[in-house]
Design a protein around this ligand. Structure first.
Ligand SMILES: Cc1cc2nc3c(=O)[nH]c(=O)nc-3n(C[C@H](O)[C@H](O)[C@H](O)COP(=O)(O)OP(=O)(O)OC[C@H]3O[C@@H](n4cnc5c(N)ncnc54)[C@H](O)[C@@H]3O)c2cc1C
Length: 497
């Protein structure tokens, strides 16, 4: 049984001494942090509302060091949380149960770019954008493009099955990864997938991608590279009603068009970003839709004509088509800067990440509007409209505990509304600690037991990122009672702000 959530100060100090001593024996000094002033930087990830100090942080430089670390933690019964850049918005990289954080930040090598096979083999700490930078001299790039791509790592992308604006056409991380090498909690090196299109045996690569650091520690990834499109253009369409905008999204897909990007923002979001980046957005529109086409010049012109016709049919009140690369980038700059723009108009924001069927975008937005009244908090909405992945940004002040509790309840309400409308509690940010209670609402006890059985198959001692992703029956029973009683915190065991 690994350490309980709470330990007395003396027991904790004794445990820390024991773990640090064992780690010191296998790691150079510069690869180990254990003083509070050093480890405090790792107490949370992008979901800064939940925090916990780790017992120690290790920054290994080689695969064999990772192996030795897991063997020690296994022997001493200490949980491990793998970490990339710490940009997770669901608490996936937050330390848990006085465990050890294994940062892959020093695994930064681009091992090989093969322009003939159109693949890149990289270490997990390589930033998403660095892969495209390395492939650029060959006219290639790595397609999945989370908005955090300047900072987030490919190891984190694999763990979260990350998406981005261009994933509607080019697929999520799972569609663009060929092979993953990883180390299990028992110290075994395993490979999932292969360098050829198919691998022998069960397709466990798809199980590994999106496993949120709960199955194994990724130490090497081979990704697909694709040619950079010759050209791209984006249409910016305004709507005086978000429902019309949502219907236009469904209309484009129904017309058999898969745009390179199909993103929507509501009026409050448009206003926030326009003040920040002056992207030229229509401030009178209730919703703005960005529809990108890429390919050869002929393909792009034809698709732009077809998309424009569908947008007009669905009541677009204004249509602008980018006339140059600079203008295209300017139109996108607003959408890409939506999160920092939210940070300018509010001390804090809580980014939700649920998914609904495309035709339910309008109804969900109406429900969110009503929730703004219920919780007395503002919410601005940006979303990957093409796949119904919504990112409501709830604005609040983290110094006001009551506001934070209302923001948390507001977020949970949105996720559960997504389930009610036929969607899911996750989009692309993972479950982590943030959505673990909402998993109780979406999945039956039998389904959750199956998830636990899969985790046990990969991680028999249950030490890799425990208490995340899959709720226990006990947690769900507690959550059920909490629903009835109301007013209790979702994670009373975690310190906040
Ligand atoms: C401003 C902003 C914009 C964002 N936009 C997007 C977006 O458009 N699309 C999107 O999908 N996400 C987005 N995110 C969320 C986040 O960037 C992604 O989830 C990203 O993949 C996390 O990568 P990371 O390196 O920061 O991983 P971390 O945050 O360090 O970790 C994330 C998870 O991966 C696990 N992990 C990390 N490295 C490894 C490894 N080597 N082996 C095993 N497990 C590992 C961790 O345990 C954790 O569970 C955004 C975040 C921010 C702050």
């Amino acid at each position: 049984m690994n350490a309980p959530a709470e330990l007395s100060t003396e027991v904790l100090a004794q445990r820390q001494r024991e773990v640090v001593q064992a780690l010191m024996a296998v790691l150079p000094t510069h690869c180990l942090l254990y003083r509070e002033e050093d480890t405090v930087a790792y107490e949370c990830d992008g979901l800064a509302a939940y925090r916990r100090l780790p017992l120690a942080v290790v920054l290994p430089e080689t695969e064999s060091q990772v192996q030795r670390i897991v063997q020690i933690c296994h022997r001493l019964d200490v949980p491990i949380v793998p970490r990339g850049a710490g940009t997770s918005l669901s608490g996936g990289a937050m330390p848990i149960r006085h465990g050890v954080v294994v940062s892959l930040a020093r695994f930064r090598k681009i091992i090989e770019v093969d322009p003939y096979a159109r693949t890149a083999t990289v270490q997990p700490g390589v930033r998403n954008l660095s892969i495209s930078d390395a492939a650029a001299p060959y006219g290639l790039h790595y397609a999945p493009d989370p908005s955090s791509q300047i900072a987030c790592t490919i190891g984190g992308n694999v763990a979260e099955n990350s998406g981005g604006v261009h994933c509607l056409k080019y697929g999520l991380t799972v569609h663009n990864v060929m092979r993953v090498r990883a180390i299990t909690m028992e110290g075994e090196v395993v490979e999932f997938g292969s360098l050829s299109p198919d691998a022998p045996g069960l397709d466990l690569l798809a199980v590994m991608v999106g496993s949120e650091g709960m199955f194994a520690i990724v130490t090497e990834v081979t990704v697909k590279l694709i040619p950079k499109p010759q050209t791209a253009q984006v249409i910016m369409a305004s709507f005086d009603d978000v429902v019309n905008g949502g219907d236009a999204v469904a209309g484009i897909i129904a017309a058999g068009i898969i745009p390179a990007g199909l993103e929507m923002m509501d009026k409050p979001a448009t206003r926030a970003v326009e003040e920040f980046v002056q992207a030229g957005y229509d401030l009178d529109a209730e919703a703005i839709l960005l529809c990108e086409s890429d390919g050869t010049p002929e393909e792009v012109s034809e698709e732009i004509v077809r998309m424009t016709a569908v947008l007009r049919e669905h009541g677009a009140t204004r249509i602008q088509i980018s006339r140059s690369e600079n203008e295209r980038l300017r139109f996108w700059s607003g959408r890409k800067n939506a999160f920092p723009a939210a940070g300018r108009i509010s001390p804090d924001y809580y980014c939700m990440d649920g998914t609904v069927p495309r035709r339910k975008i309008g109804p969900l937005l109406s429900r969110i509007k009503a929730m703004e009244q219920k919780y007395h908090l503002r919410c601005i909405n940006v979303f990957h409209a093409g796949d119904g992945n919504m990112h409501p940004l709830i604005l609040f002040n983290g110094n006001d505990l009551d506001e934070w509790h209302r923001a948390e309840a507001f977020g949970t309400d949105i996720l559960e509304c997504c389930v009610e409308l036929g969607g899911t509690v996750t989009g692309e940010h993972g479950v982590g600690i943030e959505k673990i209670n909402s998993m109780c609402v979406q999945f039956s006890p039998e389904e959750r037991d199956t998830f636990h059985a899969i985790k046990r198959a990969f991680d028999p001692p249950g030490l890799l990122n425990p208490d995340k992703g899959i709720p226990t029956r006990a947690r769900c029973a507690e959550y059920g009672k909490m629903h009835i009683r109301g007013g209790l915190l979702p994670h009373p065991e975690l310190p906040r702000f």
